[in-house]
Every structure is written in C-alpha cells, then in structure tokens.
Design a protein around this ligand. Structure first.
Ligand code: SF4
Ligand code: SF4
Length: 123
C-alpha cells in the first residue's frame, strides 16, 4: 500500500470519533493557515498575517452540525485535508493537538510506519 493511501486510511479511521466524540475541536479553536483561494471557499473570516503566511481565526464558518460543508471541495485548506497527519522530507508528523492522537487512536498507523522504516515525529 502506498504511503498516501496509508495516511488517508488513518485519517478516515478517526472520522467517526471526530464527529461524535471530539465534536470537531480542531475546527473550533485556534487558527488555520490558508492561501487566498482557500480563504475564498471558507467565506468571511477574521485573519492574522504572520508575515510568512496568513491564517484565519476559528471557529470555521464551514462547520455546521460538526460537519465540514466543504469537505469534498478541492480548495479546502490543505491543512484541513492533512490534519492531524502531515509529511515533511519523508517523515510523517502527527499532531498531538488532535484529541484522537491524544487518545492513541493512531497507534496502529504509527506501528505500520515504524515497520516500513518511516520516521514518525509527534508535534
Ligand atoms: S482534533 Fe483530531 S479528533 Fe478532533 S476533530 Fe480534529 S482531527 Fe478529529
Ligand atoms: S474547512 Fe472544514 S475542516 Fe477546515 S476548519 Fe473549516 S470546517 Fe474544519
């Protein structure tokens, strides 16, 4: 199985937890980096200019009843597509800001990555 498929399957595996137990925490608090095309799809939001990038302030207006209204749209922010699993220089970075990660729900993924010899960083 390819790495991207493995990571996507792991993201899907926590989908139910996201909606029913976590209540989409990561769409409610904090900020999310987004480019102008991505911001267009999010709609009117307050933004912060960090010089290196722009982020919008949560809660996200596209979150309704714990569902992302732009989930299937291409211009959804890349961070949203990736979270809580990102890749960088061949390593996989798993966000400890995610409540599913804190509850060890991605342990099977971490084991598979280690077996494949892929470096896993917890951030
Ligand atoms: S914080 Fe993690 S578990 Fe909660 S909604 Fe976001 S991705 Fe899902
Ligand atoms: S676009 Fe969707 S996934 Fe991203 S913050 Fe908004 S509701 Fe959450």
């Amino acid at each position: 199985m390819s790495l991207s498929r493995l990571l996507n399957d792991a993201r899907k595996s926590i989908g139910e937890f996201c909606m029913t137990e976590c209540n989409a925490y990561c769409c409610r608090k904090g900020t999310i980096p987004a480019n102008p095309k991505e911001l267009k799809i999010i709609g009117p939001v307050e933004t912060i200019d960090y010089k290196t990038h722009i982020s919008f302030i949560l809660p996200c207006p596209q979150l309704i009843d714990n569902k992302c209204m732009v989930h299937r749209k291409n211009n959804r922010p890349q961070v949203c597509k990736d979270f809580p699993i990102a890749t960088h220089n061949g390593s996989v970075i798993i966000s400890t800001g995610c409540l599913a990660v804190r509850e060890n729900k991605l342990f099977p993924l971490i084991q598979k990555l280690k077996l494949k010899g892929i470096k896993v960083l917890m951030d």
